[in-house]
Design a protein around this ligand. Sequence first.
Ligand code: C2E
Ligand code: MG
Ligand code: MG
Ligand code: MG
Length: 280
Amino acid sequence: DQPHDAKTFARAYLSSYDQPLRQKASVEDALRRALADDAFYLVFMPLYDARRNRVVGAEALLRSSSEVLSRLSPEVYIPVAEKANLIQEIDMMVLKKALAALKQISVPDDFVLSINISAQELLDSDFAQRIAASLQVAGVSATSICLEVTETYFVHMDQAKVEVLEQLRAMGCLVSLDDFGTGYTSFAHLQRLSVDEIKIDRSFVNRLDDPKARVVVESMVHIAQALQYKLVAEGVETLEQIEYLRTLGCNYFQGYLISKPTTLEEAVASTLPESDCLYL
Ligand code: C2E
Ligand code: MG
Ligand code: MG
Ligand code: MG
């Protein structure tokens, strides 16, 4: 269970310091060095469509070979990068690497590559333009990518951010609201948001044996269906979770059950274990 270990390690690592400023500075230094040394690479997790019974996309996740960063989850160092004004450089580097990886393999026409972006990017009115330029350089169609924005950062969902999302969608990119349920997306925001997809956070998926968690997930599924958003459940680790979510009407899955983060080629080739169990 690598990311979990990484997270546990990260907590221990960060709390082992008495001087928070110094510790943040060391992560920031590591980020700068890793950018300069090109010490970042991507791993991929497949997106599985239970109705078509095949992989229909993959999500790129950031990793680093740097001594400090290799032991931390991006969940820990991305916020540091945001504060240090390094996030734009990181996101563009990720996009470039992800598009290059996509060009190297053959995928079905409807295959969608998902990339995580910082919500901070939405404050930049040139963001959609930067994405368009990267797509053009790489020779990839906008309709082949999905940009994931974490819900936690939608606190101030102002008109400018809505407009950037709309520009991206007008170009043909898909937009996904990541970690749904963990943040501040009020019902008022939900009806105004320009997204195509929402991803139920894995903290809900791994609590499905709790009746209260089930009620919450059920209502998320209903909202997504009513608003006609594509719904993805992340962090799926058992067939039972898939079976239950399918009965609710959620058909897209990501998680260790399908594949741990790996190369794009392996992610695309992954299958569900004992997939015949799914024919209920
Ligand atoms: P996320 O986008 O929600 O990504 C899912 C995270 O959950 C990943 O952790 C993934 O490895 C983990 N995960 C997925 N399925 C399972 C499962 O079945 N079990 C368990 N235990 N874990 C699972 P990771 O790679 O540590 O990424 C953490 C977060 O860091 C991401 O959450 C995303 O918000 C951010 N992030 C990752 N890569 C990038 C990037 O390239 N750019 C930006 N801006 N953020 C990134
Ligand atoms: Mg994501
Ligand atoms: Mg997520
Ligand atoms: Mg997350």
